[in-house]
Design a binder for this molecule. Structure first.
Ligand code: GAR
Length: 192
C-alpha cells in the first residue's frame, strides 16, 4: 500500500539556514498539497535548517562532505531506500555530478537567487547591483549537468530601487523565493 496516496515524495538537500526548506514544509502541510516532504539531507552537519526538519518530524540526515563521491553515494542510497520521486535543492551549495543525476534518475529542481540565465553561480545580488540592473529576482529550474542551466520552471522579478544594497536585495529576493518554490513544484508536478 502506498503510504501517501496521490502525493509525490520529495527529498530536500540543504547546506545552511533552510528558510526555503521551511517554506516548502509549510506548503506541504496544506490540506491539498500534491507533495509530501519525506526527508532532508544536509552536507553541513551544523546547518541551522536541520532544526526545521526536527521540529516538523521529518527525517533528516547529515552526511559529511568528505568528497563528492562519498556524499553522493550515501545520499543515493537514502533517496532510493525512501523511493523519492523528486529532489529539491534549497540552498544546497554543492554541485551535483552528472553521474549522480543519472543514477538518481528522477527529476531534480533548484532555486537560484537571480533571473537566470543571468548570474549563474555565486554573488548574484552584488553582480546585479554593480551592473545597475533595474530588476532582480529568483528562478526555479531543473538541474542538469551544467551549473544553473536547466529548464526554467518559474521566475519572479522585483524592482531594484536606488536605495537597495546587497542586504536589502537579498531579503527581498528571499521573500519571492519562498513564494515561488512551492508554486514551481506544483507547476512541475502537474506538467509531468
Ligand atoms: C537562497 O537565497 C537560495 O536561492 C540560495 O541560497 C539561499 C539559501 O537560503 N541558493 C543558491 O545560491 C544556490 N546556488 P536558505 O538556506 O534560507 O533557503
Amino acid at each position: 500500500m502506498e503510504k501517501y496516496p496521490g502525493k509525490k515524495k520529495i527529498a530536500i538537500f540543504i547546506s545552511g539556514r533552510g528558510s526555503n526548506l521551511k517554506s516548502l514544509i509549510k506548503s506541504s502541510k496544506r490540506k491539498n498539497s500534491l507533495f509530501k516532504i519525506i526527508l532532508v539531507i544536509s552536507n553541513n552537519l551544523d546547518a541551522p535548517g536541520l532544526k526545521y526538519a526536527t521540529k516538523s518530524k521529518i527525517k533528516k540526515f547529515g552526511i559529511r562532505y568528505k568528497s563528492r563521491s562519498y556524499f553522493e553515494s550515501q545520499s543515493i542510497k537514502i533517496l532510493k531506500r525512501y523511493k523519492i520521486d523528486l529532489l529539491c535543492l534549497a540552498g544546497f551549495m554543492k554541485i551535483l555530478s552528472g553521474s549522480f543525476i543519472k543514477k538518481f534518475s528522477k527529476p531534480i529542481l533548484n532555486i537560484h537567487p537571480s533571473l537566470l540565465p543571468k548570474y549563474k553561480g555565486l554573488n548574484t545580488h552584488l553582480r546585479a547591483i554593480k551592473n545597475k540592473d533595474k530588476f532582480a529576482g529568483a528562478s526555479v529550474h531543473k538541474v542538469n549537468q551544467r551549473l544553473d542551466s536547466g529548464k526554467i520552471i518559474l521566475q519572479k522579478k522585483i524592482k531594484i530601487l536606488k536605495k537597495d544594497n546587497i542586504k536589502s536585495l537579498k531579503r527581498k529576493v528571499l521573500v519571492i523565493e519562498h513564494e515561488i518554490y512551492p508554486k514551481a513544484i506544483v507547476k512541475f508536478l502537474t506538467n509531468l
